[in-house]
Design a protein around this ligand. Structure first.
Ligand code: BDR
Ligand code: CA
Length: 312
């Protein structure tokens, strides 16, 4: 039976690539895609989820959840990476929302309707999960697994020196989720940044006769241009698709049980993740963290999932 999954995301080009994989993977039944403010402001994240699903037209149309503005007064978006519209400035037609249910309501409703059988993958800030916990006290214990892209074990950030973007956007929500009584898997920056998608990846994508191929060939070149101009790099990181691969191909990752917390104060370190690695640990373990990844196999698997003709 396909695994029932909610994708909570802030598209964002790498979120869009993850949706291309997730919405067509035979092993997954995507019950909902919920938007969260992060790479782009709330309204734009909701529109982008709708746009992506319409462009891809997957075999099963999931429910869509709309984002509302986040909690963090210091919030800055990441359109300097993903383009003014968050999807590479291709100029997609803006879709109209058919329904405007808040993401956290959709998340609570779906979990309540099938307790213990729904996993959630969080590809953006953890705002919606924290709000779902506040909305329904029974919610979190009925989630099968929470898979999260975020944080950094080495303490090297990508939005500040110390903080990874998803956690930085809403540290209080992240801390609340880290503390929540549910099985959690974290795919941190230390792992996603080992996977360099070079220009070969762009060339090997399915061609424009497939919907996935057409969409990605429109959107991804922006990310390559951006990395070249901003960082002088010829390859890109597609963080969120690497996180989704942990769920689809878990044998490509090595997990270690760890104790993680979020710095919610701190002037320079707000949004940093800390892990108790003392020889005599004092914090209780609260999540499994990916520490090793088979980089080559992950890249091959992503291409395989994007091109269903290559088979699974
Ligand atoms: C994460 O931040 C976002 O910009 C990406 O979409 C990814 O989820 C990487 O730090
Ligand atoms: Ca994201």
């Amino acid at each position: 039976m396909p695994r029932r999954l909610i994708i909570d995301c802030d598209p964002g080009i790498d979120d869009a690539v993850a949706l291309c994989v997730g919405l067509f993977a035979p092993a997954l039944d995507i019950v909902a895609v919920t938007a969260v403010e992060g790479n782009v402001p709330a309204e734009m994240a909701s529109t982008n989820v709708q746009t992506i699903i319409e462009r891809l037209d997957p075999p099963k149309i999931p429910r869509i959840g709309c984002a509302s503005p986040g909690n963090n007064l210091d919030y800055r978006d990441a359109r300097f990476v993903h383009g003014k519209d968050g999807l590479g400035e291709v100029g997609f037609e803006t879709s109209s929302h058919h329904q405007r249910k808040p993401s956290e309501k959709i998340i609570c409703d779906e979990v309540k309707a099938d307790p213990g059988n729904i996993s959630i993958i969080c590809l953006g800030p953890l705002t919606n999960i924290a709000r779902a916990i506040q909305r329904d006290a029974a919610f979190i214990e009925n989630v099968d697994q929470l898979i999260m892209m975020g944080g950094s074990v080495a303490g090297i950030g990508n939005i500040t020196t110390a903080a990874e973007f998803n956690i930085y956007c809403d540290p209080e929500s992240a801390q609340q989720v880290f503390d929540a009584p549910v099985k959690k898997i974290l795919i941190p920056l230390d792992i996603t940044m080992q996977v360099h998608f070079t220009l070969d990846f762009l060339r090997e994508l399915p061609d424009k006769t497939s919907r996935i191929g057409r969409f990605l060939r429109e959107v991804l070149p922006h990310l390559y241009r951006n990395y070249r101009q901003r960082l002088g790099q010829e390859s890109v990181h597609i963080h969120d698709v690497v996180a989704l691969m942990q769920l689809l191909e878990p044998e490509l990752f090595e997990l270690v049980s760890m104790a993680g917390q979020v710095e919610v104060g701190g002037e320079l370190s707000r949004g940093a993740t800390l892990f108790d690695q003392r020889s005599k640990r004092q914090w209780p373990n609260n999540m499994d963290v990916a520490r090793v990844v088979d980089v080559t196999a992950v890249k091959q698997a992503v291409l395989r999932y994007l091109d269903p003709q290559l088979g699974f």
